[in-house]
Design a protein around this ligand. Structure first.
Ligand SMILES: Nc1ncnc2c1ncn2[C@@H]1O[C@H](COP(=O)(O)OP(=O)(O)OP(=O)(O)O)[C@@H](O)[C@H]1O
Ligand SMILES: [Mg+2]
Length: 477
């Protein structure tokens, strides 16, 4: 493997020597420059992978160097270091494209972890680039947006598993892209030219689902006026996407398990076995292992599905993908709606990045669609968003959903609202039992203080259970 080239730019010799000592080994080559100009010069002429950059240098400003590197050598990973550790500096540096931030003094371990993270990210990005290149020649992965390490890892996993016939289990919250990835797996498999059939296991009763999956013969039940082929037969040599697999009842699980093991099945009401060669891709937003432990899911079927699990992280855990997704959907809807909107103001972007996105990418996509429809200006700002959140909150009161997506969104809203109220009451009860002492209240309910106060902040509650002012909320950060 090629060694990693690291450059340290700092005017303090002890920092340079300390970092160099901590990082140098056979796989890391470390250079030092002690002024901004010399550092910038070295970067422009050299081939560095990672730069550790002090923000306060005697000649050139750290931010100036940062901007210059981003412009001239965007592939270099920059980790900024500063003794003036303020959140503001970190935010500024990250905005200008720094990869990470180390506040002095930092330990050797913190330094090594930051550098390793950068190297891992770079490696994944490069691998993904060549992978994308290879795949886009055939089918294109370009409709899946994401370059966060979590998503890059999934691309890597999918590339490996797609060409095999192994069962894949996609796990992730609603709207994270399970179906999108399932289609990508099919598209990159040797079955790509055959059918991809998706079955939502939550929308059928068990008897109807069995007849959908395995087909039925004439007279099998009232209304079965002729033989009907099932999905297993239709998807022969293709892929079958079992969506929301947690909703299958035990009986159907047993029948599916048998069909998967033997590649044979019997249509409902029939006695003859039929053969089918189907690759199963399953998806769930529930924790199947816990369901097995609770006796609500067959253990044997779980292990049959869990051959190659792929976990898709929720959007709030890969926030660096949010701007890319926002601009992707913005372009898409501008094209569709034939409207010109150029982008988002800084405060709008910040608000969107900081949002929790319980409905993940689907919710983000819907928000952008609505914003584009409503936009009066070419830049979407904070006010457009506040209007949107208000409308979103009032939505679904009394209106009957018309599509499955809308139904899911209503369900999510109702659960969130109801759960939110319970969560708030829970905090209030704990606080009042502890006479407003947050540490005591957290202890009583078995939570860490930091998590408890984060929840208080979410509900804008102060220790005496009254509505928190924003100043008070800030002081809890
Ligand atoms: N990384 C992504 N890039 C682009 N579009 C995405 C991405 N992830 C999800 N989407 C889009 O978001 C929407 C929801 O994705 P998808 O239906 O695959 O989610 P899901 O995990 O199957 O959700 P559910 O559990 O609710 O069925 C789709 O319109 C999909 O195209
Ligand atoms: Mg889905």
């Amino acid at each position: 493997m090629e060694p990693i080239n690291i450059l340290i730019i700092d005017d303090e010799r002890v920092i340079c020597n300390g970092c160099s000592l901590a990082l140098s080994d056979e796989s890391h080559l470390v250079d030092i420059r002690m002024t901004g100009r010399a550092g910038l010069d070295a970067i422009l002429k050299g081939q560095y992978d990672v730069v550790l950059l002090d923000l306060k240098l005697p000649d050139l400003g750290g931010m100036e160097i940062l901007s210059a590197i981003r412009k001239e050598k965007p592939e270099v990973y920059i980790i900024v270091m500063t003794g003036y550790s303020s959140v503001q500096n970190a935010v500024e540096a990250m905005k200008l494209g720094a990869f990470d931030y180390l506040a002095k003094p930092f330990s050797d371990d913190e330094l090594a972890i930051a550098v390793e993270k950068a190297v891992e990210n770079k490696r994944l990005k490069e691998e993904n680039l060549s992978l994308r290149q290879q795949l886009s020649d055939q089918f294109g992965f370009s409709n899946i947006i994401g370059e966060s390490p979590g998503i890059l890892k999934i691309f890597e996993q999918i590339q490996k598993v797609a060409p095999t016939d192994s069962t894949v289990l996609l796990c992730g919250e609603t709207g994270t892209g399970k179906e999108l990835f399932a289609r990508a797996i099919h598209a990159h498999s040797k079955r790509a030219a055959r059918q991809f059939v998706a079955v939502d296991c939550s929308t059928f009763s068990s008897s109807l689902l069995e007849s959908e999956l395995f087909g039925h013969i004439k007279g099998a039940f009232t209304g079965a006026v002729k033989d009907k082929a099932g999905i297993f037969e239709i998807a022969n040599q293709g892929s079958l996407f079992l969506d929301e697999v947690a909703n299958l009842d035990m009986g159907t699980q047993a029948k599916l398990l048998r069909a998967m093991e033997t590649q044979e099945f019997k249509p409902v009401g029939g006695s003859l076995l039929k053969k089918s060669d189907v690759r199963i891709i399953a998806a769930t937003n529930r924790d199947l292992k816990t369901m097995v432990d609770d006796g609500n899911f067959r253990e044997d079927f779980f292990y049959r599905l869990n051959v190659f699990p792929v976990f898709i992280p929720p959007l709030r855990e890969r926030k660096d993908d949010i701007p890319r997704l926002l601009y992707h959907f913005l372009k898409m809807y501008c094209r569709q709606i034939e409207k010109r909107v150029d982008g988002f103001s800084d405060d709008a972007l910040e608000m969107l990045i900081n949002n929790d996105w319980p409905g993940n990418v689907r919710q983000l996509k819907n928000v952008v669609e609505r914003l584009v429809i409503m936009a009066d200006d070419q830049i979407l700002d904070y006010r457009d968003l506040t209007d949107h959140w208000d409308a979103d909150r009032n939505q679904n009161r009394g209106s009957i959903p018309e599509t499955l997506d809308e139904l899911k969104s209503v369900k999510r809203h109702l659960l969130e609202n109801q759960f939110g109220q319970i969560e708030r009451a829970f905090l209030q009860k704990a606080l009042s039992a502890a006479q407003g002492n947050v540490t005591q209240a957290a202890k009583r309910v078995g939570m860490q203080r930091s998590n408890f106060s984060a929840l208080m902040k979410k509900h804008r509650l102060s220790a005496n259970c009254t509505e928190m002012t924003s100043k008070c909320a800030d002081s809890m950060k």
